[in-house]
Design a protein around this ligand. Structure first.
Ligand code: MD3
Ligand code: FE
Length: 223
């Protein structure tokens, strides 16, 4: 655990704020309550404008076409999508409207600059929306070309039970709660760690107009 002063974010985030960075297994980092209430509200407004232009879609499992319980959209130059026929992939257009994804909100680009320690900007921001019984099974993120870039995640709305393991599916896992405003950074070995969302604790946040959780994941896709 270490306290860091957010230098680049002084103006935009919190002046001189010391953030606690907690170490998770495999060198993943967790910054609880990184974003204050105002920043979270601003982000939700940005997400409303993103979903107005790029509506949430129901991702379908490759081959079986089984719907996932999480609804999704994206912003950035590339978005992660999945369909029965074409499977998991990144593409520049929304799968249903055929139009380019909206821009990544500036606050998220600032967060990447502050924490990612990576020379290039993120290309994809996946927006996951979890309603009551939505979950995400244990998986690895490996649809990107560039695994040397970190993944940065922001949690908004209701708290969830998150699980992270190792590089093998059978490795032991650790569970902990992610609350609204928490940021996670997956670098080094944790970049390829199995992870998932087991449960949403409904009614734990009033940030959204309805129950549920939103997760934003910033990624570099190409090298
Ligand atoms: C750990 N999303 O979209 S974000 C995903 O809360 C995804 O919606 C979860 O897993 C969610 O792929 C978790 C945190 C996260 C993202 C990427 C990771 C954790 C990770 C990559 C490697 C290890
Ligand atoms: Fe993932």
């Amino acid at each position: 655990m270490q306290g860091i002063v957010c230098a680049n974010l002084k103006k935009k985030l919190r002046i001189g704020k010391k953030m606690q960075i907690e170490d998770l297994p495999h060198n993943a980092k967790w910054i609880p309550q990184c974003l204050n209430q105002q920043q979270q509200e601003n982000l939700i407004e940005e997400i409303r404008s993103i979903t107005a232009k790029a509506p949430l879609f129901i991702p379908k499992m490759p081959k079986t076409g089984k719907p996932m319980s999480v609804r999704m959209t994206n912003c950035g130059s590339l978005g992660w999508v999945t369909t029965k026929e074409e499977g998991y992939r990144y593409q520049a257009m929304h799968p249903e409207t055929g139009t380019p994804w909206p821009k990544i909100p500036a606050l998220l680009l600032d967060l990447w600059d502050e924490f990612a320690n990576y020379p290039k900007p993120p290309q994809a921001c996946l927006v996951n929306f979890y309603e009551a019984s939505a979950k995400m099974g244990l998986h690895q993120d490996k649809d990107e070309e560039d695994f040397s870039a970190p993944v940065l995640s922001v949690s908004l709305g209701d708290t969830c039970l998150f699980r992270i393991g190792g590089q093998n599916r059978k490795d032991p896992t650790k569970s902990f709660k992610l609350a609204s405003g928490d940021v996670m950074l997956l670098t080094d070995k944790s970049r390829m760690a199995f992870h998932g969302v087991d449960k949403i604790y409904l009614g734990t946040s009033t940030l959204l107009r309805r129950e549920g959780r939103i997760n934003l994941t910033l990624r570099r896709v190409t090298r």
